[in-house]
Structure formats: C-alpha cells, structure tokens
Design a protein around this ligand. Sequence first.
Ligand SMILES: Cc1ncc(COP(=O)(O)O)c(C=O)c1O
Length: 378
Amino acid sequence: MSADEPIPLARPVLGAAEEDRVLEVLRSGHLSLGPRLAQFEEAFAERVGVPYASAVSSGTAGLHLALRAVGVSDGAEVITSPFSFVASANVALYERARPVFADIDPVTLNISPDAAAAAVTERTAAILPVHVFGYPADIPALERLGLPIVEDACEALGALHPDGTPVGAGGARPAVFGFYPNKQLTTGEGGMVTTADPALKERLDSERNQGRAPDMDWLDHDRLGFNYRLSDVACALGLAQLGHLDAMLEGRARVAAWYGEALAGIEGLELPCPDTGGARRGWFVYVVQLPHRMDRDQTVRTLAERGVPSKPYFPAIHLMSFYRRRFGHREGEFPVCEDVAARSIALPFFPELSEGQVARVAQTLAEVVAQARAGTGP
Ligand SMILES: Cc1ncc(COP(=O)(O)O)c(C=O)c1O
C-alpha cells in the first residue's frame, strides 16, 4: 500500500496460501462436512492448547451453543458486559434468558468481577465475560463466584491469561472465537468453540448439525439442533490462515506498538491498557478514548474528512434502542461503561499498516484534539 493511498479501517491478510487451499476444496467438490472440518478443528485446538474444538458458522452461533451447553434456558439470567459487540448479550435472549449487565473495569474495559458478584441472583445460570479488544478478562475472580462460565473470546485469539494459559485453553469451560474479516484470523464468517470436555464437544457437534449424532443416518435427529455448520471452503481458509497466524499476530502487535509511541504525547487521550501481571493482549483493534468533553461523533466526521477512517467502538449495549425498549435501560446504570463508550473510537488497524500510515493517523488525531482544546474543533 503506498503512503498516500486511502487507509482502510481493517483489512484481512489473504494471499496465495488461502487461494490454493480454497481452490483444492472447490476442485474436490466436497464443500461441507468434508475432511477440512476436522483438520481445521484439530489444528486450531492444537494451536490454542486444548483437546477439542468445534467449528461453527459464526462467533454468535458458538456463543449460543455454548450457553445452551452450560444449562442456560427459559427465565435464567446471564451476567455479561454492556461494553461489547451486541451478540454477546443477544445470545442469552435466543434461549429466552435475560442478559444482566454488570459494569466494567475502567482500565481493562472488561467486566468488573465485583460488579458481576453484585449482580448474582438465584436465577443466574451463567457468566459470559468478554475478553474485550483482546485483553483477557479476570477469569480467576469470576470463577470464585461458582457459576458456569462461557468465555467470549471472539476478539482474543493469541491472548494469554496472567498465568500464561492461552485464552481458550481453560479446561472444560467453553471459549468462543470469531472469524469475521476484522478478526486476527478470518474465514469470512465463522467461529470456533474450544473445550477440554469430550461430552461438550459431542453436544456442540450435534447441535450445530441439526441435532444429529455422529453415527446416525442423515435423517434421524435425537435432539433439537441448528444449522450452525462451517463449510469446508471456510475451513480451508481457516487452515491457510492458521499457517501464518504468528506473523499476523506479530504484525498487529507491531502496529499497536507504533500507535503507542505516536499517540503517547496527546493530552487527555487514553490508550489501550498495557499488559500487566503476565497477561498478554491478542491485538484485535486499536481503540482510544478521546479526552472528556470532545464531541466523539464530530471527531469521527472530522477525521474522515481528513482521510482517516474511524468508528465509535463500542456503543454501550444497554443504551441501544432495542435494549432500552425491551428492558427499560436508561443512562446512568453503568457509569464506567457509559463514559468509556461515549469516548471510544477505533482507529485503522491491521497487520499490513505501515509505520508511515500510523504516523499519519496519529498526526491527524493530534491536530483534531489540539483544535478541540483550542475551541476551534470538535
Ligand atoms: C465480542 C464479540 N462477541 C461476539 C461476536 C460475534 O461474532 P460473529 O460476528 O462471528 O457472529 C463478535 C464479533 O464481531 C465480537 O466482537
């Protein structure tokens, strides 16, 4: 990409390896439930360091199946973060359970274990922490609450917990990854659920495939299932991407380090928290919080006019119109989340971003912030 080409917000790394793998599948004619499914699952499980992985059609599908598998059903409550992509709350509703939000930690932006503890009731069936922006949530503290946990690791491939365990290798506890094109690894659409529990793996495999047991004839089904399968074409893409995952993760970490240096001097701008206590972020997006009192939406427009795409990321889930209408949520319920959400923007971020492009983004943002301070900008 040349220095003055428009900078995209995100861009997957796709090359000859992906083309070859996908073409092989097309030529084989085996487009679904073929050999690439098990190959991708096994390679992914090995990479994360967990015995089993089940490929599904999206991160959302994986979260839905994982919640069912830990026992979430009608009338139950699922404690989760209001600072996430909407799917992590919606999946509870798919099972006619209620997402109960708990405020976030102002530093990691992940669910606060104290707030989660305060939200527990006799109806709480599970906790669904999100490793937001790839930074590991405090799972040990949440485990002390003694409830089933489903980890939303959709943004956290490559992340490590403080004890060095990779996110997704948490024993029987399911963790769900997402492979949408903005993710560390992409299959276009897709997801993966990891676990060390063979019974859970069997249930996930059956429910993603219309409730069919592995040894059953095609038209016999012994439980309710869904079509949450991942095609062999997508699995082939995933296998090719796994082959250069380290380079893609390193590329993201390099770009993040450039941003860290280039943005460090901007007064009032808050950067992603550094890794602490042995935890490691799996870099997914580069999200900054604008100084207080800056108009976030106007800033996004001004940056766009100057050739820098950005987007509000994330808006608070409980303040989305559907959640307000359905549950009567209002401003003020989760003050930390609301403050962070009102000021957060995602900057262009992908492994092939050059140092010069990062400098251009940083310089533009610095100018816009300075103008805001001087009262001549957003
Ligand atoms: C935190 C989080 N949860 C869930 C999802 C849903 O994943 P998918 O888009 O693959 O359904 C995403 C992805 O966008 C995500 O970022």
